[in-house]
Design a protein. Structure first.
Length: 136
């Protein structure tokens, strides 16, 4: 009986570890693709990771916008602030399936702080909150 219990516990731990590794892999892929989209000022590529509605905060826009509206607002931002450098300063996650990035972007018009929050939906991470703020 102890052997069966031990086997079940061992298999449960293995399955949990496997699920966490898969989640981290999906998260890592999303993080790399999002970083590349930001570095290249590509709002369209970035929007593939947007949830249906985004809590978006930009120097000239703030609110909850649809995926299409958010894409257009970011296109406008990137057209006047082409990114020359993006550096992640900090990232983290929670047990509830959220992941966040805090970083800095440099543009020809100045430096900005960037923050985004992703939540896991099925097998992928999607951006629910995205902020770009002027650095002082």
């Amino acid at each position: 009986m102890k052997t069966v219990k031990s086997f079940i516990i061992l298999m449960s731990c293995f399955m949990a570890t496997l699920a966490m590794a898969q989640s981290e892999s999906n998260n890592s892929k999303a993080e790399k693709a999002i970083s590349q989209a930001i570095k290249s000022s590509d709002a369209e590529a970035l929007s593939t990771y947007f949830y249906t509605n985004i809590d978006l905060s930009l120097p000239d826009a703030n609110g909850v916008f649809s995926k299409d509206q958010s894409t257009q607002l970011l296109k406008n931002f990137f057209s006047t602030h082409h990114v020359s450098n993006f550096k992640v300063k900090h990232n983290g996650s929670s047990r509830k399936g959220t992941f966040y990035i805090i970083g800095d972007i440099e543009t020809q018009n100045g430096k900005f702080s960037i923050y985004y929050l992703m939540r896991q939906k099925k097998d992928e991470y999607l951006i629910h909150q995205f902020q770009i703020q002027t650095e002082n």
